[in-house]
Design a protein around this ligand. Structure first.
Ligand SMILES: [Zn+2]
Length: 412
């Protein structure tokens, strides 16, 4: 069982780190890295490098980690054992203290197996509470609704005391989810943007809601503004991947990397002003995450944030590196596409823009008036200086698949 004192300790540690200077944060990371070495020595994929500087470790693509979880855990478990554990957890079979689960896969990509011990789960919850909620929120009773993929290993044993957690599966219909969430009277809701968009469209109103978080998929500025207007609470973004909890929005609405608990290196993406993250989670021990190359395309926000947390500020990620449009002699990034289309479409329309070497297909809802769609296509073409034509379709009625991808590149 998860221990409350561990959650509280993680909360205190994190709160303290949130007021550190960049130099203090760097020293904290160095010390955490040193403490991680015994765990690294027990992890087959990394053992050979134990004791060295982080920069001397190899950078590993996420697909390579996913190919053999046996090499990437410190518990001496095989790939087959871990997959079995995650499968059992998904079917609701209790499997002891260690929890395993599958993350949502990115469009077409493999799902990621996630492993967490009770101590790691307590640490994760404590960190998240410190990062996401003001201290005063912890002194009130909170009802936290997790509208996420089933069997989220991180929350498997919370649910006592001042915080009540409940899980609402994404597979339910919108009507059913709205009714169940209203009945639960949640004060805190965590949900992916495509569900929030559907709730907002359906006119849902959650009267007890005080804190709203969106995560697991990109959401544009206009779309988040639309959620605020319709749902009555401004959503804050959580940027989380299977590789870890990477960033969260502060009270000023800026997205800070979790530089207090992760060593996130930024690898420049050729032909763009952005980066892809190379992720080291300094607190994960069952399944060490060391220099794993992430999929997302990130841009830094150079404007400093006055909130006091020295974690680097990024613009909200809007897509994957593999979805950057790479025409001959012209590169267009996901944030450029989102900005160009949201200028015309606002935040309340569903759309997907899929590009290939010959053309761009802008697909919208059948309900979107043709005049607006055509204006959006022209705006996209001009703002991004597209070398290929934009064709408009109206057959995107709802999001299917586990994860929304608004900007897509298909090579060939
Ligand atoms: Zn801030």
């Amino acid at each position: 069982m998860m221990r409350t004192d561990r959650v509280l300790a993680a909360w205190i540690r994190t709160r303290r780190a949130l007021s550190m200077s960049p130099t203090q944060l760097a020293a904290r990371r160095t010390s955490m890295w040193r403490k991680l070495q015994p765990v690294i020595a027990r992890t087959p994929a990394l053992a050979h490098y134990a004791g060295r500087d982080l920069a001397e470790f190899p950078v590993t693509d996420i697909a390579d980690l996913r190919a053999d979880y046996g090499a990437w855990n410190s518990l001496g478990m095989s790939d087959g054992e871990l997959r079995g554990l995650a499968a059992a957890a998904e079917q609701g079979t209790a499997v002891g203290e260690l929890s395993a689960g599958w993350s949502t896969g990115t469009g077409g990509g493999a799902r990621g197996l996630f492993l967490a011990s009770p101590a790691e789960r307590a640490d994760y919850i404590g960190q998240s509470l410190a990062r996401l909620l003001p201290a005063r929120a912890l002194f009130k009773r909170q009802r936290l609704a997790l509208h996420l993929r089933a069997s989220n290993a991180l929350y498997s044993d919370v649910g006592r005391g001042r915080f009540t957690f409940a899980h609402f599966p994404l597979e339910a219909s919108i009507e059913q989810s709205v009714a169940e969430l209203a009945q639960f009277e949640s004060t805190i809701l965590i949900a992916p943007p495509h569900r929030l968009a559907a709730f907002a469209q359906a006119g849902a109103h959650f009267s007890s809601l005080q804190y709203l978080f969106c995560g697991s998929e990109p959401a544009g500025d206009a779309e988040r503004h639309f959620f605020t207007e319709r749902l009555g609470v401004k959503p804050r973004q959580i940027y989380q991947a299977t590789e870890g909890f990477l960033a969260a929005e502060c009270a000023n609405g800026r997205l800070h990397l979790n530089d207090h608990a992760m060593a996130i290196e930024l690898e420049p993406v050729p032909g763009t002003p952005g980066y892809r993250p190379i992720i080291t989670d300094l607190r994960r021990t069952s399944q060490p995450i060391v220099r794993i190359r992430g999929d997302d395309y990130l841009e830094l926000d150079a404007c400093p944030c006055p909130c006091g947390f020295a974690g680097r500020v990024i613009h909200a990620p809007q897509g994957r590196v593999n979805d950057i449009w790479r025409f001959e002699g012209r590169t267009v990034t996901p944030p450029q596409v989102v900005a160009a289309l949201e200028t015309v479409l606002g935040g309340d329309k569903i759309w997907q823009a899929e590009a290939g070497p010959e053309r761009v297909v802008l697909n919208l809802s059948p309900l979107c008036p043709a005049a607006i769609s055509n204006t959006a296509a022209r705006a996209l073409s001009q703002a991004c200086d597209l070398p290929v034509p934009v064709e408009v379709f109206h057959d995107l009625s709802a999001w299917s698949g586990p994860k929304r991808r608004k900007v897509v590149w298909r090579d060939g």
